[in-house]
Design a protein around this ligand. Structure first.
Ligand code: G1P
Length: 249
């Protein structure tokens, strides 16, 4: 796993690091269950690498920061503020799609017209069920300029050719180097598919989305799922308060 982080994000590195002192203490106190939790944060077969993006110059620039570590192989991008609950996991669905068609795949979902300014919006035609052969992509268009109602969520599988296009990028929407613009350019060279994933997405980049994700995951987790009528009603009230303003809007 390659993390592209920025200033003051060192907590992420610490989270996936070995907690040596804590492990020694838990071992000494024979707290095996807690020790197992601490040791399972990073799967044993996964290595973590960290790259700094020195300036917030856009998603395209952030991805380019990882070019040397990625090398010459297809790779996946996950934007951590988009949490998606899928069964099978969305990345597994997308890897299967990549393996079947052997080309880049972007995760998309249907968005309301007024939301187009928050997304990369794809153009194309349905090829297979849930699979769209793309002819274009636009970053954060005005509703009247959006080519479809399919917005890109933070999941991508890309071929390494994307790096050639990232290196030639000029600033795009918001003055930033946009991954969307590099994908538009990649489309001139090879096929790219949009994949309508199966799952529930939480936009944790805003407070309400983050709260919804926390409550809904807590409701499903064996340690926190409500067991009595009392806890059910209190959790439901928190959940409804989180959910209603959004629905009303
Ligand atoms: C980024 C991408 C955008 C994509 C979105 C998904 O935008 O630039 O194309 O639709 O993530 O969350 P951001 O949310 O970082 O502004």
């Amino acid at each position: 796993m390659i993390f592209v982080t920025g200033r003051s994000k060192r907590a992420i590195e610490d989270h996936f690091d070995k907690a040596f002192e804590l492990e020694v203490e838990l071992e000494a106190k024979n707290k095996q269950a807690l020790l197992d939790v601490v040791r399972s944060i990073k799967p044993a077969n996964v290595e973590c690498f960290y790259v700094r993006q020195p300036e917030a110059l856009g998603l395209g620039h952030a991805v380019l920061c990882a070019a040397k570590l990625v090398g010459d192989a297809p790779f996946a991008i996950m934007l951590a503020d988009d949490l998606i609950d899928g069964h099978p996991p969305v990345m597994k669905q997308m890897v299967d799609t990549f393996n079947h068609y052997n080309c880049s795949v972007l995760g998309v979902e249907e968005i309301a017209p007024e939301q187009s300014r928050s997304y990369g919006v794809v153009d194309g035609r349905e090829w297979d069920e849930g699979v769209i052969k793309m002819s274009g992509i636009v970053e954060k268009p005005a509703p009247e300029d959006a080519p479809s109602n399919l917005g890109v969520v933070g999941r991508y599988i890309l071929t390494p050719r994307i790096f050639d296009h990232l290196r030639q990028l000029k600033p795009g929407a918001g003055g930033e180097f946009q991954l969307t613009d590099a994908i538009q350019s990649l489309l001139g060279q090879e096929q790219v598919l949009a994949y309508r994933y199966q799952g529930t997405r939480y936009d944790c980049g805003n407070k309400l989305g983050y709260l919804k994700a926390t409550v809904e995951y807590a409701l499903k987790h064996p340690k926190s799922a409500p067991t009595s009528a009392a806890t059910w009603s209190s959790v439901t009230i928190i959940w409804l308060t989180a959910w209603l303003p959004d629905k009303a809007a």
